[in-house]
Structure formats: C-alpha cells, structure tokens
Design a binder for this molecule. Structure first.
Ligand code: F6P
Length: 341
C-alpha cells in the first residue's frame, strides 16, 4: 500500500507532527510506503511530490510550518482538475490519501471521496472552527501567542493612557479572540459571530479610562459592525471565494479616536500566530491525529476525519465535519462580557 500525504490551506503549528505520526506508525506497524504531495491540492493536481520515509520525518516535532508546503489550490475550480488528480494518483501508484487541512482542503477531500478517491482527513486550523472535533491543533499555539501579546500590551497601554487594539486571526469564528482575550484580561472582545455596536464599544473604552485603567480591545479579523452602523471596504477573493481579511483593527482605531477623543493604536498579529514552534498541547494532539489517521487508512475507513472528542480520538464523516463551521455560541460569549468596560 502506498499512501499520499498533503497539507492544504493556511499552515499552522503541528502540521509536521501529524506527518511524523503518520509515517512513524505506518512504516513499522503496517509496512506502508509514503509519498508526500507538495503544496496542498496542487501536489496531486500537478504530480508535485516529495519522498516521505522515516529519515524524512526525523526532528520534526518542534518545527513549525509544513515540510510538504501548502497552498489554497481548489481542484474543483480548475477545468479537468479532478480527472488530473485521479490520473496522477494512479500513475504514481498511490492507493490512499491523507489530507490535512481546514474547511476548504477537507471540503475538497469530501467531494473527491464521493468520486471514488480513498481519502482520510485530519482537521487543522488555528481558527478551531471545524465541526466534529473539540479542538484542532495549531489553535493552542495561536492562543498562547496572542495572550502573550495582550500581556505585553497591557503594560505599555497603562504607561501612555492609550486604548490598544489587538487584531487576531479568525475569519468566521472568534475562538482565538475569545480564548486569548479572556486569558489576557481584555476589556473588550469582538468576534465575527456577534456584530458589534461601535457606540457600546466606545462606552466601554470610556468607562475603562474612568476607572484609571487603559482598555485593551481584542478583535477577530472577521468581526463586523452591526448593520447600518459603519461601512467596511470589500477585499479581494481567493480560489475558495474567501475575502482577504485584515484591517478591522485600524478601522476601529480611527472610530474610537474620533468618538472618544482618546488615543488608540492597533497591533495586527497576523501570521505571527501561525508561525514557529507548536505548544506541547498542539504537538500531543497533532501526533495523536497522525497515529489515528493511519489506523483509519489501515481499516479502509474512507471518507472519515479523525477528531478529538473529550479525551478520545474518534472518526467522524468528512461530510459532517465540513457541512458547517463550529462557531462561538452566544452563551459562551456572554461569559466574557462580564469583563467588558
Ligand atoms: O484559515 C486560517 C486563517 O488563519 C484565517 O484565520 C485567516 O483569515 C487566513 O487563514 C489567512 O490566510 P492567508 O495566509 O492565506 O492570508
């Protein structure tokens, strides 16, 4: 049996630990050989490969990024893309694929599986917004990076009596903002699931200054103002039709200054949240996902995604995991509101 492995979409800390787990179990326990595909779905589409054996996965645990490379290539947006993938897999003698990715990469995996390709999925995203799994690896690292940034911003905010805004990643879901914001003691947390009212935000900013403290505002890049309160410019789209985000922090900064007369400044954490070495928790989760993904291949359990539920790694249908995103619910967000203002 020859198993192909690919990593697609935005990279995240822990991808290499998954690859290592797959190969370290698959070679000795099942006698499989592996082939790495480069740059997400572009790999099988253009037959871009990389040898993948035990020496190739040595020393990978602390390494961020992905040794296979990644891209946001969508084979369904390319004419003849699926046929090319099927042909290349056959020519390369690849019997099964493990796709490590988020909603887009696994969305492609779901459709390919329905078209007869043997696929197992592994959930990855710093955004933690995939359904079927309690957590995705990469999330814990991103939250810790954002929390440390918030800790640092508190001290400089106090020195200069400024409102400091931290823009974190989170396209559709506010998990990073909520976890890092609560852990870092943010005074306002704005997430995509709950459109914000700029008047209320400015009231919280003012009340924080009145108590002689400086406000820290954590905002997800995908947060939006409530309808009819402020306008945002449209950005360019990627191959999956997503808008390139980034900039809500700067918009908030101007509005807060204009409405409160207080100085506001923004720090955009951006890709810093995705780079560098994974936390112990992410290495642990990613390694377990790798071990269980190769077990699923061995069982011929195609169309499944490995997932964390409680302390257990289970298998859920890829179609269910990619049907809808896992968003922050109103009750959870309300818990954080206790600390606003
Ligand atoms: O999907 C994960 C994510 O980190 C989102 O939070 C963010 O919007 C996006 O990736 C950014 O992607 P890119 O690296 O392509 O700009």
């Amino acid at each position: 049996m020859r198993v192909g492995v690919l990593t697609g979409g935005g990279d995240c800390p822990g991808l290499n630990a998954v690859i290592r787990g797959i190969v370290r179990k698959g070679v000795p326990d099942y006698g499989y050989s592996f082939l790495g595909f480069r740059d997400g779905w572009r790999g099988p589409l253009e037959a871009l490969t990389k040898p993948l054996d035990i020496p190739a996965v040595r020393g990978l645990l602390p390494r961020g990024g992905t040794i296979l490379g990644s891209s946001r290539t969508n084979p369904f947006a390319i004419s003849g893309g699926v046929e090319k993938i099927k042909r290349n897999l056959q020519n390369l003698g690849v019997d099964a694929l493990i796709a490590i990715g988020g909603e887009d990469t696994l969305g492609v995996a779901t459709k390919l599986c329905e078209m007869g390709v043997n696929v197992v999925g592994v959930p990855k995203t710093i955004d933690n917004d995939l359904s079927g799994t309690d957590y995705t690896f990469g999330f814990d690292t991103a939250v810790n990076i954002a929390m440390e940034a918030i800790d640092r911003l508190h001290t400089t905010a106090e020195s200069h009596h400024r409102a400091l805004i931290v823009e974190v990643m989170g396209r559709h879901a506010g998990w990073i903002a909520l976890h890092a914001g609560m852990a870092g003691g943010a005074n306002i947390i704005l997430i995509p699931e709950v459109p914000f009212d700029i008047v209320k935000v400015c009231d919280w900013v003012e009340s924080r200054f009145e108590s002689h403290y400086s406000p820290i505002i954590v905002v997800s890049e995908g947060a939006t103002p409530a309808e009819g309160t402020m306008t945002l410019a449209a950005g360019e789209l990627d191959a999956f039709g997503h808008v390139r985000l980034g900039g809500i922090g700067g918009i908030l900064e101007k509005e807060i200054e204009k409405r409160t007369g207080k100085e506001a400044r923004t720090t955009v954490l951006g890709h810093i949240q995705r780079g560098g070495t994974p936390t112990a928790r992410d290495r642990w989760l990613a390694t377990r996902f790798g071990l269980h993904a190769i077990d699923a291949v061995h069982d011929g359990d195609w169309g499944k995604m490995v997932a964390l539920q409680g302390a257990d790694i289970v298998r859920v249908p890829l179609s269910a995991a990619t049907a809808e995103l896992k968003l922050v619910d109103a009750a959870l967000y309300a818990e954080a509101e206790v600390f606003f203002g």
